[in-house]
Design a protein around this ligand. Structure first.
Ligand SMILES: [Zn+2]
Length: 335
């Protein structure tokens, strides 16, 4: 077991700090799309995370904020692929089998009835209730679940509440991912917990490398889960939910609108819509993942009322449930 873990970390280390076969084709592929090409060459060298670039909504500075594009999740998404090489998910993605549109996702329940007697002379068979097998889910994607930050990440916590308690984003993000995984395991949806470790920093390059290097027969989708903040120290007014995607990614936007819709329906909080912005300062996990990627910002822990709600288990369960509903909708309908 330890050897396996050690080998895993060695492979991560190699992918971070340069393997023999490293290349950076993404940047030289004609148009600069700020995102690596989607293919199965998983040993690509990732760029270093830029410490002054924003990595979640709270870190967006004023200059970048001016360029943010906000779209309503109810607006339909064009069918043409956008600027994201990962848009060819389900169709031209090498090594990934395309799934026909009419594929049944959920098999019909199998009902095993007791055999009926062949002749009337046989003694009557004692009636037993039919055995109904649980419908088996036919997995369509592999969901890479990312919990955003680690315990060592500076900040990312609320001011203290009256009783001395405090919200920590790394803990919240992990709790939501844990709750999602519990349900996905029940249903049979394929997933990958990108960073199960707790005592770790942002680990941006490692997150992306792990997801990009993950071997999967199914197309992969990256889902990064966060809670939002405003300002630097005290309680602030902004509140609500928003979902980010790689700018001009058709698949990213299609995924984002499902998550935003499900979250708003479930929580009834302020709808801050879908967000993206063009250019190199997009969040590292959206920019460098070789698969469609979205980032959900689930409420503001710097809003006192919302912070109190975010600390409640039943609210966290609702947030996890909304994510699971979105995952199942995409598993059912495809992209
Ligand atoms: Zn965050």
């Amino acid at each position: 077991m330890f050897e396996k873990i050690a080998a895993f970390f060695r492979s991560i280390f190699r992918s971070l700090f340069g393997g023999a076969e490293s290349s950076s084709r993404g940047k030289n592929s004609g148009t600069d799309r700020h995102k690596p090409n989607t293919n199965n060459d998983t040993q690509k060298e990732l760029p270093k995370a830029e410490p002054d670039f924003p990595q979640d909504a709270h870190e967006v500075d004023k200059d970048t904020a001016a360029a943010i594009v906000v779209v309503d999740e109810s607006e339909p998404v064009a069918l043409e692929p956008g600027d994201d090489p990962a848009d060819n998910i389900d169709s031209e993605n090498p090594g990934v089998a395309a799934i026909p549109a009419d594929t049944e996702v959920i098999d019909a329940p199998v009902i095993t009835e007791p055999e009926t007697p062949e002749t009337e002379t046989q003694p009557p068979v004692e009636e037993e209730p039919p055995v109904v097998e649980k419908p088996r889910h036919k997995a369509r994607y592999t969901w890479c679940l990312d919990n955003g930050h680690g315990k060592r990440t500076a900040g990312k916590r609320s001011p203290k509440l009256e009783d001395g308690s405090q919200f920590f984003e790394y803990e919240f993000n992990r709790d939501i991912v844990k709750k999602i995984i519990a349900q996905l395991d029940e249903i049979g949806v394929k997933h990958f917990n990108v960073v199960p470790e707790i005592d770790i920093d942002n680990f941006l390059e490692g997150r992306v490398a792990r997801a990009n290097n993950l071997k999967s027969d199914l197309p992969k989708i990256y889902l990064s889960i966060h809670s939002n903040a405003f300002g630097n120290s005290g309680w602030e007014l902004p509140s609500g939910i928003e979902t980010w995607f790689f700018h001009n990614s058709r698949a990213g936007r299609a995924i984002a609108r499902v998550f935003q819709k499900r979250l708003i329906n479930k929580l009834g909080w302020k709808n801050r819509n879908l967000k993206s912005y063009p250019g190199k300062r997009q969040f590292y996990v959206l920019r460098n993942t070789s698969m469609p990627a979205v980032l959900t910002e689930n409420g503001f822990y710097t809003n006192k009322e919302e912070c109190k709600l975010l600390m409640k288990d039943n609210i966290r369960q609702k947030i996890a449930d909304a994510h699971v509903e979105a995952i199942l909708e995409i598993e059912r309908n495809g992209l």
